[in-house]
Design a protein around this ligand. Sequence first.
Ligand code: H79
Length: 465
Amino acid sequence: MKYSILLLFLFLALNLNGQNYQPDWESLDKRPVPQWFEDSKFGIFIHWGVYSVPSWGPTGDSIGVYDKYAEWYWRKMDQPGKVQKYFKEFHLKTYGPDFKYQDFAPMFKAELFDPEQWAELFKESGAKYIVLTSKHHEGFTLWPSAQSWNWNSVDIGPHRDLCGDLTTAVKKQGLHMGFYYSLYEWYNPIYRSDLNSYVDNHMIPQMIDLVIRYTPDILWTDGEWDKPSKEWKSEAFLTWLYNESPVKENIVVNDRWGSETRSKHGGIYTTEYGLIGDKEGIDSSIPHPWEECRGIGTSFGYNRNENLNDYSTPEQLIKLLVSTVSAGGNLLLDIGPDADGTIPVIMQQRLLDIGKWLKINGEAIYGTRAFIMSKKDEAINPETNKTIFFTQKNKDVYVICLDWPKSDIILKGLKPINKTKVQLLGTNISVAVKKAGGNLVITPPVLTPDDNQLAYVFKINSLNF
Ligand code: H79
């Protein structure tokens, strides 16, 4: 008895679980990103809310990346800017001048929503984690939030706890569940008039509620650019999350915690359609876990105005996944379900195409890290070759070819040892490998139409490096 009390005191004094973060970035930034995240590599983002009812945005090359987002419908209609006229014109023509955005809420019915079916599809896609919009910038919550009275999916529309129902189904499939949460709200009068009260009485209680109710593995914040992190009290919240909360071991957060935090503070760094705010994306030579997010098409929320040519092809999606992972990142690929709760068939198809490829080639993706070659080998740095990408797991290197190599692949500076073998994933064909003047040379075998894939992976076992 005495002994165990002593142990308890010792435990408290030493804080043996090591979670004693201070409410400042210097301390918070020391927390390692839980390894499950980097090993997972592929997740599915879901943008679903009142905007899924009009589900409309302008398309085409002349429209900027952020101006195509259908989930921005409410704001774009009201906010003077390049695309306001398109949104206004569509709205007037379709719904008339007296129809307010709020009037869409009862039309968001999710009557065909089958969370188990969604979760099965996600599992089949090979994704390892899900991030659902618990609340986008419109402020509508997909769970019965006390702070969002009459503007949530239980009070109006679906009359259902969408966050809760999806969480249960996703966890049952063994996938990680997470939430997107927008810090700012476009039209919340409290946000506009009294930020301090909004943060203390609305935003932080909502994030704590999400964490306690659903114990998510990811909290993916956004809409942070409007205020510095001090005003959002982000450091204080993260201190609670990392030290005290029920998810302190596994929770992964991103870098969107204030106008100054992207690629600097928080957890994983994030790009969006390859951009960070208004700048080109990540410098992946600085090793830090990061994640690219984008839609299969050009919007996060469902956009009925898109045609087939607005959607990425399966080949493009595999390229996106492979190039992201080979640069050390994760891909968070977005789908925009319909307001009726169905996932547009084209999105289902694309997810299943990725899943089929991952079933064969997943070992070149999951649990891998960027393959960094030493300086002297820069001649074959993956960045210099846009159709061949590399990943690494322990002593094995994966050479991922987007196009079938018609001639020898010469890998400068890679040193095979006697037991080095090369295998083409998904086939039983043995692949010839030889050492030639300090290079490793792979001679691609003859393929039959049955071996046709979206990208081809040569696995090099047991390299010496
Ligand atoms: O939810 C999806 C988008 O709706 C949301 N993020 C993804 C995950 C998103 N909202 N806005 N944006 C993305 C882009 C915002 C860009 C701007 Fe800016 C905000 C332009 C001006 C203010 C970035 C921050 C560039 C300057 C400051």
